[in-house]
Design a protein around this ligand. Sequence first.
Ligand code: ACO
Length: 325
Amino acid sequence: MARYAPARVVTNEDFEKWLDTSDEWITVRTGMKRRHWAAEDQATSDLAIAAAKGALTDAGLQASDIDCFIIATVTPDYLFPATACILAAKLGAVGKAAFDLSIACSGFIYGLTVASGLIRSGVYKRILLVGAETLSKIVNKSDRSTAILFGDGAGAVVLEASERDSYLAAELGADGSTPQTLFQQSGGSRCPVTHSAIDAGLQYIHMEGREVFKFAVTSMISATDIALARAGLDRHEIKFLVPHQANRRIIDAAVKYLELPPERVLVNIAEYGNTSAASIPIALAEAVEAHRIADGDVVLFVGFGAGLSWGAVVWRWHDYHSERE
Ligand code: ACO
């Protein structure tokens, strides 16, 4: 497990220099204080590589030990080829399976499910799963309603076949009937890049914040409850809830309903902002580094995002270090 965030830190006070906003508004409405933004010459694969190398070192493995590379991202280096192909090549693992998974902030949760399925069915033994984003590249820095929200980063984990199954249960869902609630309108086949699209700013993230907010709270709660019921566990058996970090108020509302004590909820939104598919693995990596998670703990990952999409995975944390002892 490992994480990476670019060196450049953008604070709430920095935004005050060019936007009609304030540290107080951003802090109260979102819980964010800082976020990391990639340098001009840094793309998503660069962040992914840094996190992936850390995860391989942590696992005591080489890239050649990995059978399949998956990156969950909505900010790939290119629309194609998949950023995971570039990652695998840069790590020296040409010839291995590699693909991207595009389901926005639910990406790491969907990725855990896909990777676990591939491992459980015997297709692959080891998978490197990365959540990586450079949202600063697709946000309109003059739009105060979105510019302040997003950050860049990457988190990576090596998943390995084991007698002890970590993947206990999941709930995944999507409702694509209103894609315009949260989307990057231009760049795909519906609205290709043209001068007029760029003039209209359609290459940037567009979000109907209030709609997303309402959906976020209800989807987090229901996904958590359904996944826990499938795992046959009670809420109080969750050692840590690792929510997608989109807004402190969204997390607080869901946690209040779920009646979880604050010390069991991993929140780092003040430091990173919303890093989409990277937010859950970054929060998890921080907790692992701080030795907060012990072998056998039940960890519940829950997220939501563009799609609209949502998901929760109930996971029993098995440390590969103890596994191999
Ligand atoms: N600074 C100051 N004022 C602002 C700012 C800002 N940065 N941004 C918006 N405002 C203003 C608005 O213009 C509005 O002013 P008005 O009342 O004069 O019209 C007022 O603040 C309230 O705006 P709202 O949008 O209603 O504010 P809200 O409390 O809903 O907070 C926010 C906005 C933070 C975006 C919230 O709606 C939210 O977090 N939504 C969910 C976002 C989310 O989870 N996104 C996931 C996306 S991740 C992915 O899939 C890529």
